[in-house]
Design a protein around this ligand. Structure first.
Ligand code: HPA
Ligand code: ZN
Length: 343
């Protein structure tokens, strides 16, 4: 039966709601951009780089993530990065994607905001035209930097707000609670931007409370540690807040020791609105369908749960109600073709 469930997960149309574009930079593209831009990398080749992808925690990953993106310099680099992800996720039947980018990490290296967003946006619109994929773009603030830097970045983004749908919060979680960014997120909400934040990946349940009460988030990225607080878990379920869960990331960053111990079953049992996502696919060993496989191969996941997960990815997205209706109908149509296999 798992093989049928795996095939179902592969085939169902889905949205991806938690994916950092810079985390989709595959070693092959990294080396090719390094050559194109005359950037030297501290690794001999792609294999040697892959060997280094062994992390004990979030910070060890982030160190490689920030050094890897040093090859991204031109508009075409940002285009190539984004396009490669879109083509790859299209193969996983991703019909809609909401991607993060980290402008501060590039501004610090002297890459203009315009260069970044022009390349990213050109690839997103090409995917819409040529692959039939829809998208939203999320600008993420780096939480290890001061709030002042987030305000400056928001200022730079003002001329491009027609291309930016929401704001996120990522990078080193411990010691950088959501409340540090309360004022800048208020300004973002006042500008009509949607809000999401990484919370409860490594940080305690209190950070998830803060993200809900002080940032007024509409989604929670990761959220694993919310389960330690029964009242918080019940609130997330009651409010139907979408959790963007990333199984392979959790394993690679040691948020969980073993996929068999992933809190996915508990999240589902508690009635949380779970979605499955790849986070940083080039670093964590797979794209969205690989993340479904990781769960199905290690835990008891029913076909109905897989159906629920992909539906959650649509209803938890920032598509309009009409667009959600169309996407859900596409899911139902594939489910109708596949469901007889399970009876
Ligand atoms: N957590 C926090 N920050 C990040 C991540 C993540 O998994 N990926 C890229 N930036
Ligand atoms: Zn993330």
């Amino acid at each position: 039966m798992p093989s049928l469930t795996l095939a179902l997960a592969d085939r169902l149309p889905k949205a991806e709601l938690h994916m950092h574009l810079e985390g989709s930079l595959e070693p092959e593209l990294m080396f090719s951009l390094a050559r194109r831009n005359n950037v030297s990398l501290p690794y001999e080749n792609e294999d040697e780089l892959r060997q280094a992808y062994q992390f004990n925690n979030l910070q060890e990953f982030l160190n490689l993530y920030y050094s890897g993106m040093s090859v991204l310099l031109t508009e075409q680099d940002f285009y190539d990065l984004t396009w490669a992800y879109l083509e790859r996720s299209h193969q996983d039947n991703v019909i809609h994607t909401e991607v993060f980018f980290d402008p501060q990490a590039h501004l610090e290296r002297g890459v203009a905001f315009e260069t970044q967003i022009d390349g990213i946006f050109r690839a997103l619109t090409d995917a819409q035209e040529n692959l039939g994929m829809s998208f939203r773009l999320i600008m993420s603030f780096l939480r290890h930097l001061p709030e002042e830097s987030a305000f400056e970045t928001l200022e730079l983004a003002l001329p491009y707000l027609d291309r930016i749908d929401g704001i996120g919060l990522d990078s080193s979680e411990m010691g950088h609670p959501p409340e540090k960014f309360e004022r800048v997120f208020k300004q973002c909400r006042d500008l009509g931007l949607r809000i999401t934040a990484h919370a409860g990946e490594e940080g305690p349940p209190d950070y998830v409370w803060q993200a809900i009460n002080q940032l007024e988030i509409q989604r929670i990225d990761h959220g694993n540690r919310a389960l330690e607080d029964a009242k918080l878990t019940a609130l997330i379920a009651d409010k139907e807040l979408t959790l963007t869960v990333c199984p392979l990331s959790n394993k690679r960053l040691r948020v969980v020791d073993d996929m068999k111990q992933h809190p996915f079953p508990e999240m589902m049992a508690k009635g949380l609105k779970v979605t499955i996502n790849s986070d940083d696919p080039a670093y964590f060993g797979g794209y969205v369908n690989d993340n479904f496989h990781a769960l199905i191969n290690n835990l008891d996941v029913s076909p109905e749960q897989v159906l629920m997960l992909v539906k959650n990815s649509i209803t938890g997205s920032w598509l309009s109600d009409v667009e959600k209706g169309h996407a859900l109908a596409r899911i139902e149509s594939v489910w109708e073709q596949e469901r007889h296999a399970f009876s």
